[in-house]
Design a protein around this ligand. Structure first.
Ligand SMILES: *[C@@H]1O[C@H](CO)[C@@H](O)[C@H](O)[C@H]1NC(C)=O
Ligand SMILES: *[C@@H]1O[C@H](CO)[C@@H](O)[C@H](O)[C@H]1NC(C)=O
Ligand SMILES: *[C@@H]1O[C@H](CO)[C@@H](O)[C@H](O)[C@H]1NC(C)=O
Ligand SMILES: *[C@@H]1O[C@H](CO)[C@@H](O)[C@H](O)[C@H]1NC(C)=O
Length: 520
């Protein structure tokens, strides 16, 4: 008996030990790639053969093959990569959704035109993949391949934290009453007007997907694979979701059992800093401050006026040392002694340094997660997209302050830095969240890999349940509410009728008695 179970374990581990895994993504975002790549590399290191079709690629190596969606970025940005994210930052939540729908369509068009797409289409249909992992953040374009490869276990992932998006394809629900809609700057305690706005925003998202984004993606993918079922029906076969959501920082909401929150898979064990940076950081005993606006927003787009304003403030804070990730140093004149500028910074390792007291950042999700992991308060300069909401949540948690990147004043910046370093409340709060976040049995990355391998070993399991088969009224029990309401109404109505009948009866009979008495 013992021997038998031993053999079963060996066999089971073997199946997951060298699986053929297909990764698909038509998301044009280097930061999405950083997140997904962490998982791909970990799977590869665990001995799996990974094939990745993506707009961002690296050099292929044995058992990690990249197929390039080479036309995707250029299709979206019309041949130029010179994007003004500050302009995007001025869009309203509805404007952002319009932009999202547009990019979703263009990224699907660009993907299907690409060399890598055709290469994967030319794989024989009987090529066996043991699992497919899809970054679904930009819409369902890539799900057509799940049909081509005969429905291997399907895992949908998103480096974006939003769980409301899953309601379309999983049994989870949307909770507009306490989870604010896409990009709204609201806490989870909303008044009636805010809840109305939240519901409308969620509804716009659902309608946009149902009537625009999914049909458009479906039409484009169908040109190349005409026999596929409707893309959303394929997407709904997702067995597992891995979402970049950290419950201690993001909105609190109920999740379904096939959704795993693995916020922070990109965070690596910190390494010692390179020699020069290490000397600077070790010497900055009064406080080291890192300033970075991430990969999308280039600091040189800030304009010379803002740049010199920032440098003046840094100079006035001469006690502190500033590290500024800045792409082109030609623009910079008169760099103060306490400022070090470099086109690239080992952000994770700097945040891990004990002298680091503040992170001046655009509040991109990945950077925020690193700061939380290492326990560094954030002075936010949100620029576009979810950055505003990320910053808003952090401020609400008490670990962050926010300044407008477009029109902050010199005094505002000077005081914000001073206040955030002098007042210990920010550091105390983020250290407590940090230690709770790190106090776990597996790192987020180990957890992500574990669930992927678990699902490859048990492809037959169903954690989804029947929620998706139900229509919206049944699923939300609206029909039950309606029934109860009607019964209650009928009872109430009859009660009122009876009440009036009694009143009439008694009053009338009293009257007639009175009249009779009068006559007598
Ligand atoms: C690649 O994976 C196969 C099994 O999928 C394995 O036999 C082979 O040793 C791997 N090669 C390398 C270089 O890791
Ligand atoms: C590994 O993946 C590559 C790329 O998809 C494929 O060509 C190769 O046949 C796979 N290896 C095995 C052992 O399946
Ligand atoms: C894209 O670029 C072409 C030529 O460079 C130009 O004619 C066209 O108007 C551009 N389209 C958009 C949407 O910017
Ligand atoms: C270390 O910091 C002090 C002032 O805090 C400065 O005078 C000195 O030059 C710094 N040394 C290095 C190697 O940066």
């Amino acid at each position: 008996m013992k021997l038998l179970s031993f053999f079963i374990i060996i066999k089971v581990t073997f199946v997951a030990d060298c699986a053929n895994i297909l990764y698909l993504s038509n998301v044009a975002s280097p930061s999405h790639f950083i997140w997904c790549k962490s998982i791909l590399n970990a799977l590869h290191e665990n001995g799996h053969n990974v094939t990745a079709l993506s707009g961002d690629v690296e050099k292929s190596k044995p058992n990690l093959t990249y197929l390039h969606l080479d036309k995707m970025y250029s299709e979206i940005y019309n041949g130029t990569m010179d994007i003004d994210f500050f302009e995007y930052g001025k869009l309203s939540p509805t404007g952002l959704f319009k932009l999202y729908a547009e990019i979703s369509e263009k990224s699907c068009v660009g993907a299907t035109k690409s060399k890598g797409y055709k290469e994967l289409l030319n794989y024989p249909s009987n090529f066996k993949f043991d699992a497919v992992i899809i970054d679904f953040t930009m819409g369902p374009c890539m799900y057509s391949f799940v049909d081509k490869f005969k429905y291997p276990p399907l895992i949908s992932v998103s480096p974006y934290f939003d769980l409301a998006r899953l309601a379309r394809t999983s049994s989870g629900l949307i909770y507009p009453a306490f989870v604010p809609g896409h990009d709204l700057l609201m806490t989870q305690r909303m008044n009636f007007i805010q809840r109305l706005e939240s519901s409308i925003t969620h509804a716009i998202g659902i309608i946009a997907f149902k009537y625009y984004i999914v049909p458009t993606n479906d039409k484009i993918a169908r040109k190349y694979q005409p026999e596929i079922p409707y893309l959303e029906d394929i997407e709904r076969r997702t067995g597992f979701y891995l979402i970049n959501n950290s419950p201690l920082v993001d909105y609190k909401e109920p999740i379904y059992s096939n959704v795993k929150l693995v916020g922070g898979v990109q965070i690596k064990e910190s390494k010692p800093l390179p020699y020069e940076l290490k000397a600077i950081a070790d010497n900055a005993t009064n406080g080291l401050i890192l300033f970075s606006l991430g990969t999308n927003v280039r600091s040189d787009k800030l304009g010379s006026e803002r740049i010199s304003k920032i440098l003046r403030v840094f100079k006035r804070h001469s006690k502190f040392t500033f590290l500024w990730k800045f792409e082109t140093s030609e623009l910079l004149k008169n760099i103060p002694q306490n400022v070090k500028i470099q086109p690239w910074m080992p952000q994770n390792d700097i945040l891990a340094h004990p002298n680091t007291k503040l992170f001046m950042a655009h509040c991109g999700l990945l950077g925020v997660q690193e700061a939380v992991w290492h326990g560094v308060p954030i002075l936010g300069f949100p620029v576009f997209g979810d950055q505003h909401q990320n910053c808003f949540r952090l401020k609400d948690l008490g670990v962050s302050e926010k300044l407008s990147i477009l029109d902050f004043t010199e005094e505002e910046l000077y005081n914000a830095i001073k206040n955030m370093i002098q007042n210990p409340k920010y550091m105390k709060k983020i250290k407590s969240i940090s230690s709770a976040t790190r106090d776990r049995q597996q790192t987020p990355l180990e957890e992500a890999v574990y669930w992927i391998e678990w699902y490859i070993r048990h492809p037959e399991v169903d954690l989804q349940g029947p929620g998706l088969e139900m229509n919206i009224f049944v699923r939300h029990s609206f029909d039950v509410f309606a029934f109860v309401f009607i019964i209650a109404f009928i009872i109430f109505y009859w009660k009122i009728k009876l009440f009036w009948a009694f009143i009439k009866y008694f009053c009338l009979s009293k009257k007639s008695v009175d009249e009779k008495q009068k006559k007598n």
